[in-house]
Design a protein around this ligand. Structure first.
Ligand SMILES: Cc1cc2nc3c(=O)[nH]c(=O)nc-3n(C[C@H](O)[C@H](O)[C@H](O)COP(=O)(O)OP(=O)(O)OC[C@H]3O[C@@H](n4cnc5c(N)ncnc54)[C@H](O)[C@@H]3O)c2cc1C
Length: 642
């Protein structure tokens, strides 16, 4: 914990975060509600959030072809805008911000989003636990990116007043380690034959041994003595870390990388290095937090980039190989640019909203935003040039006349069981690309196919509010990597105190434990894994998720006195069947190795008075991409292709 912790670090078990005696049956089902009704305050809702009940049904009916059969005739609102933005995530909010800067403060802008809250994946979860206010991130975790932020994205961050380089002062980096808490690994009996929690020495490609030989390292020795692994697996682990062998001695570095780009890390371990399947089970879930995929579907070349073991004797030139995933390419400048707000990048979304609709959120600084009150009734007021309309799924976007010459578009959206029309001089689709072919029939088929190929990566981001973390302290646990469990990574919240917000510092204080699951299906091609995982998330009840959470926390922590019935105060599961933007891989996307126009480049082409944003437009699941793509889209509007 002596340095910043990036999403990449989840791989190394250094990750962080998560909540009351939520008895089964307390699952919250959000009912469609107008956001000016009193008491409307989505961040405080618990239970099933993310893609919550009420957010996705309309879009699924569009997909299934049943929507227009059931929908009534649209009502014309009579409203007319300079810009309508579809999607109120960071890309849509940034697009509105850029457009307003270019067109002036009087420009009339409407932002439509199907969720009950703004921010898209940048989701804020609030908890009151025994009189203490705690924040969690329901999606976008932090300001970070494997590649350095562009001048545009950095410009927005700075304009919002976030001084990333100095903000490490708000993080109590040594809090857990100073109390003897370290990353652990949990072996579950279903996968490994016995339940066992142990300090985790398998960090990245190195064991945590400093300068000493592993045999002298207490953590390593205890791990080797007590891990429920076979004698052969333990010998394999020793070899994996000590052997410095070149497995492709006859190839140049470039040719080795080309081969590693075409083989999964799991196969590299078993077929090239020759370790047992048990080793695959241990490492299987390590890349989950970045790709929503295990090592069966991640290229060995990318594993090398992440410092996973097995490459010490390969003499690979350190320059990135062709087809490496951006996440796998270490970049010192990018790693330094990191900050985690207690609600993740929901703080960025809230600051953008405050710029666009100043009446809706109080305060003025990047530190007061954390506790600032949001008045949802002010988001959509006729007196404001910028309006944000929630619970509104856009169902059709159509030029009025020939797209090459039309002067305006008609945008239809469904709210509850009604459909409404507004008119717009311009429209930016900052929504998920897979939705666009269903709402925008005018686009060329080739573009629709490219948009449809951007199916996202499914994930669960779970926040568990617990009354105290004494069990973590007794067991010396700051985070857990659990390769065989329901959530494969979980951790105590990152200790950040900023503005008036104070994090938990003492083990007897309430805290959030953050848990992460990716519902992948090892052995299948990446996109199939995501498709099946997406269905699983939609079909699993909150009760089942909650039972799994209680079970896995109890099994790992009961030796420290943890009792889920007593210690859990609330659970919020952020379900993201459409989560990370799909990032291309040398294993699954031939074009990524061979070159040529990328699907995201075809997908994002402007059309008439329409431009296309969202992180999908860059095939890169990071906030900077969402901002960069908004910038590009707004630029295209000002000089439309038509
Ligand atoms: C769980 C999770 C964790 C992440 N962590 C990080 C991180 O730590 N750092 C980072 O930089 N990035 C992270 N990301 C990536 C994140 O996606 C981007 O950072 C960014 O927030 C994406 O913004 P966006 O506006 O492009 O998309 P989104 O946030 O998805 O917003 C698009 C919005 O459009 C809405 N929409 C879709 N269809 C319609 C329709 N028909 N009508 C109206 N609205 C519609 C969607 O529901 C959504 O609200 C994470 C993503 C996820 C899912």
């Amino acid at each position: 914990m002596g340095r910043t912790i990036t999403r990449r670090d989840f791989l190394n078990g250094v990750a962080l975060t998560v909540g009351a005696a939520m008895v089964p049956g307390h699952a919250f089902a959000f009912e469609a509600q107008s956001h000016d009704s009193s008491g409307y305050y989505p961040p405080a809702l618990t239970g099933l959030r993310g893609s919550h009940v009420g957010a996705f049904e309309t879009a699924h009916k569009l997909r299934d072809g049943s929507f227009w059969n059931e929908a009534g005739k649209p009502t014309d609102t009579g409203e007319s805008y300079d810009l309508v933005v579809v999607g109120g995530g960071i890309s849509g909010l940034s697009a509105a911000h850029f457009f307003r800067k270019a067109a002036g403060p009087k420009a009339k802008i409407l932002i439509l989003d199907n969720h009950d809250d703004f921010g898209g994946h940048a989701k804020r979860n609030e908890f009151q636990i025994e009189g203490k206010f705690r924040l969690g991130y329901g999606g976008t975790f932090s300001i970070e990116s494997p590649r350095p932020y562009s001048a545009v994205a950095k410009g927005v961050v700075e304009e919002l007043g976030i001084d990333v380089p100095s903000y490490s002062k708000y993080v109590d980096k040594d809090l857990y380690r100073s109390q003897g808490l370290v990353p652990n690994i949990f072996f579950d009996k279903e996968t490994f034959g016995a339940d066992k929690l142990l300090a985790n020495p398998l960090r990245g490609g190195l064991t945590d041994t400093g300068d000493k030989p592993r045999s002298e390292n207490l953590m390593w020795r205890r791990f080797m003595a007590e891990a429920p692994l076979s004698y052969q697996a333990k010998k394999d682990l020793e070899r994996l870390f000590s052997e410095k062998k070149d497995y492709f001695p006859d190839l140049t570095s470039d040719k080795k990388k080309a081969r590693l780009a075409r083989i999964s890390y799991a196969k590299f371990l078993t077929e090239v290095i020759g370790v047992s399947e048990e080793i695959v089970k241990i490492y299987q879930a390590m890349p989950d937090p970045l790709f929503g995929l295990g090592i069966d579907a991640v290229a060995a070349q990318d594993a090398w980039g992440f410092d996973l073991p097995g490459f010490a004797g390969m003499n690979l030139d350190p320059t990135p190989g062709k087809g490496m995933n951006y996440d796998a390419i270490p970049n010192a400048e990018a790693e330094k640019y990191f900050f985690h707000f207690p609600d993740g990048n929901a703080s960025i979304a809230r600051m953008l909203v405050r710029k666009l609709v100043p009446d809706a959120i109080s305060g003025s600084s990047a530190t007061d935003i954390v506790n600032a009150h949001a008045d949802y009734a002010k988001l959509d007021q006729a007196s404001s040039p910028v309006r944000i309309r929630l619970n509104s799924t856009v169902v059709q976007v159509k030029h009025k006349g020939d797209p090459t010459t039309a002067k305006e578009l008609e945008v239809s959206y469904a709210c509850g069981d009604k459909v409404f029309n507004v008119r717009a001089a311009n429209c930016i689709l900052a929504c998920w690309h897979v939705v666009i072919p269903y709402i925008c029939d005018e686009l060329p088929d080739k573009q629709k196919d490219a948009l449809a190929s951007a199916a996202k990566v499914p994930l669960l981001y779970t926040n568990v509010a617990i009354r105290n973390w004494t069990s973590f302290q007794k067991l010396g646990v700051s985070s857990v990597y659990a390769p065989g469990s329901y959530h494969t990574q979980w951790s105590l919240d990152i200790p950040v105190s900023i503005g008036d917000y104070q994090c938990a510092r003492k083990p007897d204080e309430p805290i959030i434990v953050h848990m992460m699951k990716t519902p992948n299906k090892p052995g299948l091609p990446a996109r199939d894994q995501h498709r099946i995982g997406r269905q699983e998330l939609f079909m699993t009840s909150f009760e089942t998720m909650e039972r799994n959470i209680r079970d896995q926390l109890a099994r790992a922590l009961s030796a420290g006195g943890f009792d889920p019935a007593r210690d859990i105060a609330a659970v919020t599961v952020n379900r993201w069947p459409h989560g990370y933007a799909y990032e291309y891989s040398s294993l699954w996307d031939k074009f990524w190795l061979e070159g040529g126009e990328l699907p995201c480049e075809v997908a994002r082409k402007p059309f008439g008075r329409l431009a296309i944003a969202n992180a999908d437009a860059g095939a890169y699941a990071y906030t900077d991409c969402a901002i960069d793509q908004a910038w590009r889209a707004v630029g295209e509007l000002r000089k439309p292709a038509s």
